[in-house]
Write a protein that binds this ligand. Structure first.
Ligand SMILES: *Cc1c(COP(=O)(O)O)cnc(C)c1O
Length: 401
């Protein structure tokens, strides 16, 4: 089989992100297809028994089983690594599979992890419930308080875990400062970059060791499939992550990988346009709602820091109304924007975090994260922003705002 990969690192290293998003990682089969092929196969056949043995011994290049390798999944992994500027990446079945693998692959009983207070609900479930069950101690800090990260370090601290901007408070972690504290103590930083994506923020350029993704969000970008990814050095991916994922099997399906490959082709276009729309909507809301959280607004408490490490404000904002009843009234009055807890979609979606995405956390934990009963989170899509503003204007009016 002749595969014109065209993916010699010396060539791709010269390509800019928009080019990588369309072409990075493409490996063509003997048919020369222009669009990436979808290899729906669980296994691979060998020409002879000796080849099978050599491949299992790692002496011959090639694939053995789709829990371990698949050509379509591999194309996506290479594209993601190139976009991130990482040495390597591996894809998982969902964002949570990626987060769980990125942590469990490197932590053992007796180790200690420091995590940011404000995180995706299931990420907090990992730090608060899962890891302690296996003897891994966790300390939760205010992610925006750099001194708090330093103060939480113990001799057995192995990992710093955070997302920036965080879901749903848009709280920002100072990547450079927190990663340099980690480096000084030999701690691995795991940064969840789902909200910004490589189109707006590259945590590794600020010193992050591992960048993990829900590719369900902006990478697919059209609300179709679940997927996740972990990016890191060759050494981390091959020696630490792969032994864990190959044997536990949180593998991404080739079909979903193919869908995300197609999604990545328009990642930059979508993120730029959705950020334009989000800024327009945030400015409108600032005049109408008591409080708006959006990193590109000067009113965001960490606006300057956010704009130092992110190109744009991103596609998601949160705003506050009086209480749960009023928040539900706003949602129920929407005609265009859907009531939905997903994000990263090209459709505008709104949710009430305290009764949906973060309802599994105790009221105390929610309160400490700044998720009040009046908070609404809005994923701004690709619709005409004037239509979104009309819809919000009517819904806020109907709720008495
Ligand atoms: C959605 C999300 C996840 C989980 O991803 P899934 O693909 O839903 O499993 C993790 N972190 C953040 C920041 C998210 O928004």
């Amino acid at each position: 089989m002749k595969r014109r990969t065209g993916q010699n690192r010396e060539i791709t290293a010269k390509w800019r992100p928009a080019t990588l998003a369309v072409r990075g990682g493409t490996a063509r089969s003997e048919w020369g297809e222009t669009s990436e092929a979808l290899f729906l196969t669980s296994g691979y056949a060998y020409d002879c028994a000796g080849d099978a043995a050599a491949r299992f011994a790692g002496e011959q290049q090639g694939m053995t089983y789709s829990r371990l390798q698949n050509p379509t999944v591999e194309m996506l992994e290479q594209r993601i690594a190139l976009l991130e500027g990482a040495e390597a990446a591996r894809c998982m079945a969902s964002g949570m599979a990626a987060m769980t693998a990125a942590l469990l692959c490197q932590l053992s009983a007796g180790d200690h992890l420091v995590g940011a207070r404000t995180m995706f609900g299931s990420c907090r479930w990992l730090t608060d419930n899962l890891l302690p069950r296996f003897g891994i101690e966790t300390t939760i800090v205010d992610g925006s308080d750099t001194a708090g990260w330093e103060a939480a370090v113990r001799p057995n601290t192995r990992v710093f875990f955070f997302e920036t901007p965080a879901n749903p408070t848009l709280e920002v972690v100072d990547l450079e400062a927190v990663c340099s504290i980690a480096k000084a103590h030999g701690i691995t930083t795991v940064a969840d970059n789902a909200f910004a994506t490589s189109a707006l923020q590259k945590p590794m350029t600020f010193g992050a060791d591992v960048v993990a993704y829900s590719a369900t969000k902006l990478m697919d970008g059209q609300g179709r499939v679940l997927a996740g990814a972990v990016c890191g050095t060759e050494q981390f991916i091959n020696d630490v992550l792969l032994p864990f994922t190959r044997n536990t099997g949180p593998t991404l399906s080739p079909f979903n990988a193919w869908v995300v490959l197609k999604g990545l082709e328009t990642l930059d276009l979508r993120v730029q346009r959705q950020s334009d729309n989000a800024l327009a909507v945030a400015r409108f809301l600032e005049g109408r709602a008591p409080r708006v959280l959006y990193p590109a607004l000067p009113s965001h408490p960490q606006h300057n820091l956010a704009m130092r490490q992110m190109e744009r404000g991103g596609t998601i904002l949160s705003f506050f109304v009086r209480d749960r009843a009023q928040a539900h009234r706003v949602l129920d009055a929407l005609e265009l924007i859907d009531i939905s807890n997903n994000i990263g979609d090209s459709r505008s979606l709104m949710t009430h975090p305290s009764s949906t995405t973060h309802s599994g956390l105790s009221a105390e934990v929610r309160e400490s994260m700044g998720i009040t009963e009046g908070m609404l989170r809005l994923n701004v899509g690709l619709e005409d922003p004037a239509d979104l503003i009309d819809d919000l204007d009517r819904a806020l009016g109907a709720a008495g705002l």
